[in-house]
Structure formats: C-alpha cells, structure tokens
Write a protein that binds this ligand. Structure first.
Ligand SMILES: Cc1cc2nc3c(=O)[nH]c(=O)nc-3n(C[C@H](O)[C@H](O)[C@H](O)COP(=O)(O)OP(=O)(O)OC[C@H]3O[C@@H](n4cnc5c(N)ncnc54)[C@H](O)[C@@H]3O)c2cc1C
Ligand code: SF4
Length: 479
C-alpha cells in the first residue's frame, strides 16, 4: 500500500520560508521572504489533514482547491498542483505573496484552530507558481478559436487583467485602457516591492500581451478618450478603475508643504524602483531620506508607507492610529514586520492639526484617545482624552486614511451610470452588470477599497457573464 504522505501536522512543525533579517531587509526593496526549498514545500504541504469540508477553501474568495494542490505538492506532482491552482486563480503567485492569509485560508485552517499552527498555504501557493514560471509551464494564452466580438476594459489592475485573461482564453478580442504607463494597477504602483517584486507583475502583463490582449496605456478615459467612444468600439465594456480619491485631513496647518498623500508617496517610490525619472521624489518632496516621518492611518496602505520610509533612510518613522493594535484594520503580520524594521506605533492617537514654520510642516498636533462604547457597527468608538494633547515633530507627514471612488458619472459625462451613496458603481455582485446595457464593473470601484483576491474573483465572474451575453445574444451593439 502506498505510504500516506499527508496528516503530518503533529510530527512536523509549521515552518514559514526564511524571513530576511530586519537589519538587512530595511536596506532594500526586495521581498522579505525567501522561497521554500523543494523538500520544505513538500514537507509543509504534508501537514494538511485533507479535511472533508475544507474551511481554507470555503474562506478563500476564489474557492481555491487548496487541499488538492497541497496533496499534489506533498507527492511531488508539482505540475499537476500548478494546473489545479491556476484553474481557479488567475495570479496564484501574486495571491501567495500578498493575500492576508491570516484572515482568509490560513486563519480558518482546522490545524490552526486545533493549536498546531496553520498549514503555510500562501507560501506553498507561491512556491508552486514560481516553479511553474521557472519550468516554462506558464505560457501565453493561445485560444483554440478567435472570435470577432471585442470587449473594452477600463483599468489594468487585477480586476481588469483577470477578466481579460478569461475572455482571451475564449478567443474574444480584448483591449485594456489604462491611464498609467504600465499595467498592473495597484500591483504595479501601489504595493511596494518588499511585498510584491515588480518583475512578478510585469511578467504577467507580458504574458497577457503575448496572448493577444491589446493594451492602450497612458490613456485617461474621460480625458484622452471618452467613455462613449470606448462603448461604441466594443460589444461590452468592463469598468475596473479602482478607487483613488484619498480621504483628507482638515485642521490648522493641513495645507502645509510636507503633508502628502499615501498614493503619491508610494507611486513615486515604486516609480523610482523602475528607474523612472520622478521629479517630486528628486526634489525631496516625496522622499523620506533623513526625515522624521509621521504616517497617519492604521490600514495596509499605512503599513506600506512606514516600511517604505524606513527603506528610504528616514531618521525616524512613527505611525499614528486612533484605535489600538487589536482594533486596527491592517494585517497584524505587517505590523510585526514594520516593528521589526524599526517603526514606532503610537496607538490611540489622532491628529488635530499641524504645526509649521512658514509654509512647511514641523509637527503633528496629536490628541490622545481611548476606546469608548461600541458604535452601531459594533466597534468601540475612539474618544478624545481631554488635556493630553502633544506635538509629534515631523518633516514629512503621510496621510493614509483610505480611498474613495472618483465621481465617474460626472468625470465621464455618464449620468446613467448609477452609483451608490458611497460613490461606488452599482453593479450586480455575481456578474458585475450595471444598469447600462453591455456595461459591467468589477473590483474596488464596486466594492470600495478591498483586496486583490476579490478583484480577481470579480474579474473572472464578470468575464463569464460577458461570455454568456456574447454567446446568448451574439454581437450586441452598444446602445
Ligand atoms: C498601498 C496599498 C497596498 C495594498 N496592499 C494589499 C495587499 O497586501 N493585499 C491585497 O490583497 N490588497 C492590497 N491592496 C488592495 C488592492 O491593491 C486592491 O484591492 C486591488 O488592486 C483592486 O484592484 P482593481 O483592479 O479593482 O483596481 P486597481 O488595482 O486600483 O486598478 C485600477 C486601474 O484603473 C486605472 N484607471 C483608473 N481610472 C482610470 C481612467 N479614468 N482611465 C483609465 N484608467 C483608469 C488605474 O490607473 C489602475 O491601473 C492594497 C492597496 C493599496 C493602495
Ligand atoms: S483547512 Fe487546513 S488542514 Fe484542512 S484542508 Fe485546508 S489546509 Fe488542509
């Protein structure tokens, strides 16, 4: 009888890939985790208990068939593991790197619940697909038959790219329009290289381009090309524009120089990593080198900013958040990484205004907070502690308070494009259909700021709905 390769969680301890030492990794923008060696990936996969009802899978937005690809990895059948993994996920190597597994699959693994430490699902997922790339198993899309219909996608982030992948595989002609000069959306210009190295994203863009996806870059829809023009050129249009309007801060001094938006700061840093000329960085405006940096916010964007500032050589980096550690929205894993790298967190603090000399910021006027009674959402609301204000010295203040959608109906002159009261596009959740015939929407522009894995899920589901429409109704001309 064949030896049972699985259920090793009692004998084998959980082991993540080696994490580079904080003193070394804070000097560069490379990813912080090494790759598993083959034997380690097999060994760690073998810890899975092959649950009959796998909670890891049911808590994955893509319903990835995790137990099967873990078993195949443990058995050394890596190519098959890759086939199973990519059947439900367009970009497994990206999810393996940046999904908050502690809140999704790994957080729900029964082994974790039983106190043995979760199966390291994300690291194995990354290992499988990185191997697939190395071995040449990931090939450009080659549809068995070309179709005449075309679909226009506005936005080349993970939502738009995932939809493009499914549509191209079915032979549909796909054009993606994006206002940036590189595809990838926040994968390219938002998320820093120490979480997701840029060649990992660029090779996916190239794979899609080689597979026949047509990219129209540097094209700001609504300015360089109208929404009507795009609609007239395609049988269906998918809006995948993400959310980019930064929430702002008021108070005295809030207009001072040296107070910047997180998205501008991170984009400049990522552009520098590509070797681009970035005048706002070179002038020092968006460069933290030698500065006392204060980042305001407690989400993943704030974590990316503090860790970027450390790598740029800031004199000090502090993060102000109005709730405590247990109640912050960002991943605990990222907070720990940031602390190891030298970031100081000032929990239960909120900005009231800014001090300045001339036009330039010199500090943040900070109010101390405590957590009061739960509000309507069940979260404890922060309350000000009177008389405890202080000034936190700062040369650079980065606002990372979250993102809201841009006003697309106005920007694009499309009053019929319905939006919610939060400004997100109203779309049917499983198909992405909007009230405008042939117009769909996916990702953050529908959900509000969310996760890469949800954008991928939306893009894939929407592409299936578009295919149904094309198959059912033939070439449906845009109205
Ligand atoms: C700093 C930061 C860190 C994050 N870290 C993580 C993480 O670790 N894990 C995770 O799962 N999620 C993370 N997220 C969230 C994740 O990046 C998003 O949920 C995801 O990228 C949304 O995908 P999307 O395709 O909807 O939009 P986006 O990725 O935002 O892509 C939208 C694209 O549309 C283009 N566009 C917008 N308007 C126009 C227009 N008018 N004309 C043409 N093109 C246009 C933009 O240029 C962009 O390329 C992070 C977000 C940020 C900001
Ligand atoms: S929940 Fe954990 S043990 Fe169960 S199938 Fe998923 S990875 Fe394996």
């Amino acid at each position: 009888m064949a030896k049972q390769p699985m259920l090793k969680f009692v004998k084998i301890e959980r082991e993540t890939p080696e994490k580079r030492d904080a003193t070394v990794r804070r000097e560069d923008f490379d990813e912080i985790y090494a790759e598993y060696a083959d034997a380690k990936a097999k060994e760690q996969s073998a810890r899975c208990s092959q649950c009959g009802v796998p909670y890891c899978q049911s808590h994955c937005p893509l319903h990835n068939n995790i137990p099967d690809w873990l078993r195949l990895t443990a058995e050394g059948r890596l190519r098959e593991a890759y086939e199973v993994s990519q059947a439900t996920n367009t970009f497994p190597e990206i999810c393996g790197r940046i999904c908050p597994q502690d809140r999704l699959c790994e957080g729900n693994c029964v082994i974790e619940q039983s106190g043995h430490g979760t199966v390291t699902i994300g690291a194995v997922e990354k290992y499988i697909t990185d191997t697939a790339w190395e071995e040449g198993w990931v090939q450009p899309i080659a549809p068995s038959q070309e179709r005449t219909e075309s679909v226009g996608i506005i936005g080349a982030g993970p939502g738009g790219l995932a939809a493009a992948d499914v549509l191209r595989r079915a032979g549909v002609q796909v054009t993606i329009y994006d206002r940036y000069d590189r595809a990838g959306g926040l994968l390219t210009y938002g998320i820093p290289g120490f979480k997701l190295e840029k060649p990992v994203v660029m090779r996916r863009n190239e794979q899609l381009e080689k597979g026949g996806v047509h990219f129209v870059l540097n094209c700001n829809v609504g300015e360089d090309l109208s929404f009507e023009e795009i609609r007239a050129q395609h049988e269906a249009v998918i809006i995948a524009t993400g959310v980019y309007k930064s929430r702002d801060l008021g108070g005295p001094g809030s207009g001072s120089d040296g107070i910047v938006r997180a998205i501008d700061y991170l984009t400049a840093s990522n552009r520098k990593s590509f070797g681009d000329a970035v005048p706002e960085f070179d002038s020092g405006e968006l460069d933290a080198t030698g500065k006392r940096v204060v980042v305001i916010g407690g989400g993943d964007t704030a974590m990316d900013c503090v860790r970027t500032a450390i790598r740029q050589g800031a004199e000090s980096v502090k993060c102000l958040y109005r709730r405590d550690r247990a109640n912050m929205p960002g991943s605990q894993r990222e907070v720990q990484n940031a602390e190891e790298e030298g970031v100081i967190f000032e929990w239960l603090t909120a900005p009231k205004g800014f001090t300045s000399e001339g036009d330039t910021v010199t500090g943040v006027m900070v109010q101390k907070m405590r957590l009061g009674l739960p509000d309507a959402t069940g979260r404890q609301a922060p309350e000000v502690i009177e008389g405890a204000d202080y000034v936190e010295d700062a040369d650079l203040v980065i606002k990372a308070l979250g993102f809201e959608p841009e006003d697309l109906p106005t920007l694009w002159g499309q009053p019929d494009l319905q939006v919610t009261r939060w400004g997100t596009v109203k779309a049917e959740f499983t198909t992405g259909e909007t009230a405008m015939p042939g117009v769909y929407a996916v990702g953050d522009i529908v959900r509000g700021a969310s996760l890469v894995v949800w954008a991928i899920r939306d893009g894939r589901d929407c592409a299936e709905a578009v295919l149904n429409r094309l198959n059912g109704a033939g070439a449906v001309a845009a109205e």
